[in-house]
Ligand binder design. Sequence first.
Ligand code: TIU
Length: 230
Amino acid sequence: KIDTLTIDAKPYAYTFPLKHTALLVIDMQRDFLLPGGFGQIQGGNLEPVQESIAPTRKLLDACRSAGLAIFHTREGQKPDMSDCPSSKLVRQAASPGNKQHKLVIGDKGPLGRLLTRGEYGHDLVDELKPLPGEVVIDKPGKGSFWNTTIMHKLKARGITHIIVAGVTTECCFATSIREANDRGFECCGISEATAGYNVEFKYQTLDVLYWSQGLFSFVASLQPLLDALS
Ligand code: TIU
């Protein structure tokens, strides 16, 4: 099998060495995808994010079959909230006039304490559970690199290229790509395998990521990648 693949992408073709490429699946947690979770409580429309589960599963299966390193992330805080950035606590709290913002991180919701490690809602959805040997990164912020071990784990595996999926496009997906790009990783986001709480945000975010000859990353469609990996 050829060890370097090239797929159609924006702003131009993305070339990646299979042995040095990881799939990074961002925050496909019940709290962001299911009714009663943090995302919906904060005013998110669940329809687009739920539609991204099946394509993300296809991507995950293809990357597993091709032997890529698989990384999953989960956003959440320690039960005592000691690792929660204060800005996040303050601004994801109740705001006047927004009746949906009545619960904050750490409060008890229908899926358990919101965005809190160990709770039912904090875990990944059943369709996208990690397999043994896959890396799960618990992150206290929106980005996957701040205050986590992901950099060490990527370096330990010799990873230089990262294929990125997950939710939400405008928030943790984009923040993680920007963090990875500054550390020299060549990223490619997969359009069908990411979604946000607002359809315009998704496409605006993807446009910004690949603008100006790939300012932050490449963006590709799922099918060319599935074809290349098969
Ligand atoms: N609020 C929102 O859109 N997303 C998050 O808070 N986290 C992730 O994007 N995972």
